[in-house]
Write a new protein. Structure first.
Length: 222
C-alpha cells in the first residue's frame, strides 16, 4: 500500500513568518497550502457573500466568526488534492472551538509547528510587509525588498498591517494560543522564528522529513 501523505499545521503570532515558511515547505514537500487568511482575502476581493461578511472583521484585525471560517476550511481539506498530496494548514485553528471542530471531523495533523518571535519584531515585520497582488509573494521593505522596480511599483500594504491593528491582532492571538495548544501538545514543536528564513526552514525541513520517514516505516510494517 502507498504511504499516506503528511499533514502539517503551522501556527504563530501575526507576522511570525508562517506564509514565508509555507512558500518554502510547498516547494520542497509539494503539500497543498491552505491559508485561511489567503482564502478570506480572495473571497473579499471577489466580492462574495463570505467576503462581504468577513470584511469588517479582517480590516479591523478581529477574528472572523468561527462558523464562516470552519465551513471554508473543512470544504478545502476534503478536496481530492489535499487527500492525495497532504496538506499544510496555515492560520487555522485560531480558537479552541475551531480546534475542536477539526478534532470532531478526525482531521488531525501529524505535527504542529509554532513559530516563536518576540513582540517588538512582529510589529516591525507587519508594518514593513508588502504583497505582490499578482503572485501573492510576500516582501518586506527592509528584509526582503522586491527584486525589480516593476514589482516595487505594484506591491500593496494590507489594511490590517498598521501598528495599532497589529497590537490588537497580537493580543487576540495570545488570548487563544494556550487553549489551542492543549489540543496539540503531544505533537507540538516550537521553533525560534527570529532567525533568517533559510535557517528556520532547515529546522522545519528536518522535522517534516522525520515525520515522512516515520510514516513510510509504518506503511512497510503494516
Ligand atoms: P492571516 O493572513 O492568517 O494573518 P496573520 O496570522 O496575522 O499572519 P500574517 O499573514 O500577518 O503573518 P505570517 O505569519 O504569515 O508572516 P509572513 O510570512 O507574511 O489572517 C488575517 C486575518 O484573517 C485575521 O486577522 C482574521 O481577521 C482573519 N482570519 C484568518 N484566519 C482566521 C481564522 N482561522 N479564524 C478567524 N479569522 C481568521 O511574514 C511577515 C513579514 O515578515 C513579511 O514582510 C516577511 O517578508 C517578513 N519575514 C518573514 N520571515 C522573516 C525572517 N525570518 N526574518 C525577517 N523577516 C521575515
Amino acid at each position: 500500500s502507498q504511504t499516506e501523505p503528511i499533514k502539517v499545521m503551522i501556527s504563530g503570532a501575526p507576522a511570525s513568518g508562517k506564509g514565508t515558511q509555507c512558500e518554502m515547505i510547498v516547494q520542497k514537500f509539494g503539500l497543498v497550502h491552505i491559508s485561511t487568511g489567503d482564502l478570506l482575502r480572495a473571497e473579499l476581493s471577489a466580492g462574495t457573500e463570505i467576503g462581504n461578511k468577513a470584511k469588517e472583521y479582517m480590516n479591523s484585525g478581529r477574528l472572523v466568526p468561527d462558523e464562516i471560517v470552519t465551513a471554508m476550511v473543512t470544504a478545502r481539506l476534503s478536496q481530492q488534492d489535499a487527500k492525495e498530496k497532504g496538506w499544510l494548514l496555515d492560520g487555522y485553528p485560531r480558537s479552541f472551538a475551531q480546534a475542536q471542530s477539526l478534532e470532531k471531523l478526525k482531521m488531525r495533523p501529524d505535527i504542529y509547528i509554532v513559530l516563536d518571535v518576540p513582540d517588538e519584531i512582529l510589529i516591525d515585520r507587519c508594518v514593513g510587509r508588502r504583497l505582490d497582488p499578482g503572485t501573492g509573494k510576500i516582501y518586506h521593505i527592509k528584509n526582503f525588498p522586491p527584486e525589480t522596480d516593476e514589482i516595487k511599483a505594484k506591491v500593496i500594504t494590507r489594511p490590517d498591517d498598521t501598528e495599532e491593528k497589529v497590537k490588537s491582532r497580537l493580543q487576540i492571538y495570545k488570548q487563544n494560543a494556550e487553549a489551542i495548544l492543549s489540543t496539540y501538545s503531544d505533537i507540538m514543536n516550537k521553533i525560534d522564528g527570529n532567525r533568517t528564513k533559510e535557517v528556520i526552514f532547515k529546522d522545519i525541513d528536518a522535522l517534516l522529513s522525520q515525520v515522512q520517514r516515520e510514516k513510510e516505516k509504518t506503511t512497510k510494517l503494516g
